[in-house]
Design a protein around this ligand. Structure first.
Ligand code: G6P
Length: 467
């Protein structure tokens, strides 16, 4: 079997049930690699005074993890800078938060070069190399420059923005050109594929090929949508674990059998948390009779907290949750519980199962795996209702959710009312279709579809295609 080398900025040891939930990408890769005796390469999460390229290697559940430390300047310019102050906000349609600083671009290039130099010696002739996410767009170009001729695929976990937004990025041409050093470029949804194709057709004078590929900058690449999934059956099983049952019981006791509305997101401005709180507030204002029968729990672990935009959204949410509770809470009831802690996956499974409503309302999201895990954790006999933003990639697949516009507190309030009063037959009917979908299009199917496409991506190099 060919070996799979996975590369991502963030690497987390696959620890199974007890692992912390750290964001969709790392969890999905851990699950995807568990059955593959592959190599996972990336940043250690640590800094060092001077970059040495020294690898830390460990084995976890059949996967070899190889990580490197980065310098403080790398962290500031590449991770906090170009990745999270430039590309992340822009790709999530937040041009107002997008910062352009020359040092960010330099740091981004430098770290991608450093990753390539450290990784290249580990790559063997038949390996498939699969690179993940916006931190590492130019990595294939750097590997090619070092003579790596293997098939290399790229998967973008976040949205690819509309053409007119993409061109606002200084250096956009270079970034897109770098993508053509991959043999396969994968996106979450057809919408992202179309936006990318539109860019390539109109900005790069590219052409579409018959086999679903594109030609531009003298090179060809296959392009496709590969919607990422979760390990649905494994997550469903987790609800039977001891930790899940304990969390379930605690929640039931603490909610005093009120209906529980739950949201779990990294604390990120793309997640629509302000509007979500406002939507819940609207629901309470419009439905005084139902008010005390519900409780909203929002779990929002801190994320990228060295970036100002994240500090600001945190302060706003602190104020907003405090204000809503100040206005509505009573001596024996607090409507909003807002928690900035990280929970283990098995605890989350129990929590989702205890909830009547899962509220997933990002303003933009590549996919959103919380939506899928919420579905996986439900009791088939008495499932909860998923409320889902139309701007999450998951909305393409999870159509039996209640789909809302996350910018509209009114829309969210109405969906809450509908979800909380939905009869059991309708809940079961909707849930069944959702569950079938997440089981069929699970993380293994995602990995296998991508790997198959990458394996078949480039049968014979063309003369202009020297790699
Ligand atoms: C999103 C990104 C991932 C990232 C994760 C957590 O899911 O697509 O690439 O790893 O957020 O963010 P962090 O900055 O902590 O890695």
């Amino acid at each position: 079997m060919t070996r799979l080398i996975v590369v991502s900025n963030r690497v987390t040891a696959p620890t199974g049930a007890g692992g912390e939930s750290v964001g969709g990408l790392a969890m999905a890769l851990a699950a995807a690699l568990r059955e593959y005796s592959g190599l996972w390469f990336g940043w250690s999460g640590r800094t060092t005074p001077e970059f040495t390229g020294q690898l830390t290697v460990q084995r976890a559940e059949g996967v070899t993890l190889a990580t490197v430390d980065l310098e403080e300047a790398d962290l500031q310019e590449y991770y906090n800078g170009y990745a999270n102050k430039t590309l992340w906000p822009l790709f999530h349609y937040r041009q107002d938060l997008t910062a352009y600083d020359r040092s960010f671009g330099e740091g981004y290039g430098r770290v991608n070069r450093r990753f390539a130099e450290t990784l290249a010696p580990l790559i063997e002739a038949d390996d498939l190399v699969w690179i993940h996410d916006y931190h590492l767009i130019p990595l294939a170009r750097e590997l090619r420059a070092l003579g790596v001729k293997n098939r290399i695929g790229f998967f973008l976990h976040i949205p690819w923005p509309a053409h007119q937004l993409m061109v606002t990025l200084p250096g956009h041409k270079d970034l897109v050109q770098a993508l053509f050093d991959y043999d396969l470029i994968g996106f979450q949804t057809q919408e992202h594929v179309q936006a990318f194709e539109e860019y390539v057709l109109s900005e790069a004078g590219g052409t579409r090929l018959e086999d679903g590929g594109m030609r531009a900058y003298g090179r060809t690449a296959r392009i496709g949508a590969f919607p990422i999934g979760v390990d649905a059956e494994d997550f469903a099983q987790l609800t039977r674990s001891e930790a899940a049952r304990r969390t379930f019981d605690v929640m039931k006791a603490h909610t005093a059998f009120r209906k529980l509305i739950v949201g779990v997101d990294r604390l990120d401005y793309s997640k629509g948390l302000e509007e979500r709180f406002a939507g819940f507030e609207r629901f309470m204002a419009d439905n005084p009779d139902l008010r005390r029968e519900v409780l909203m729990l929002q779990i929002a672990p801190l994320s990228r907290d060295q970036v100002e935009a994240y500090q600001e959204i945190r302060a706003r949410l602190d104020a907003l949750s405090g204000r809503i509770n100040g206005e509505y809470a009573d001596i024996d009831w607090t409507p909003v519980r807002y928690v900035n802690k990280t929970y283990r996956r098995d605890q989350l499974a129990g929590l989702y199962r205890a909830a009547q409503v899962g509220l997933v309302t990002p303003k933009r999201d590549g996919m959103n795996l919380v939506a899928k895990e919420f579905v996986a954790a439900q009791d088939p006999e008495d499932p909860g209702v998923l409320i889902l933003s139309r701007f999450a990639g998951a909305a393409d697949q999870l159509r039996q959710a209640l789909i809302v516009n996350p910018n509209s507190p009114e829309d969210i309030a109405e969906a809450l009312k509908r979800a909380l009063s939905m009869d059991r037959d309708e809940r079961i009917a909707r849930w069944k279709v959702l569950y079938d979908n997440i089981v069929t299009e699970d993380v293994t199917a995602w990995r296998d579809a991508f790997v198959a496409a990458l394996s078949g991506a480039r049968e014979t190099p063309t003369p202009e295609d020297p790699y």
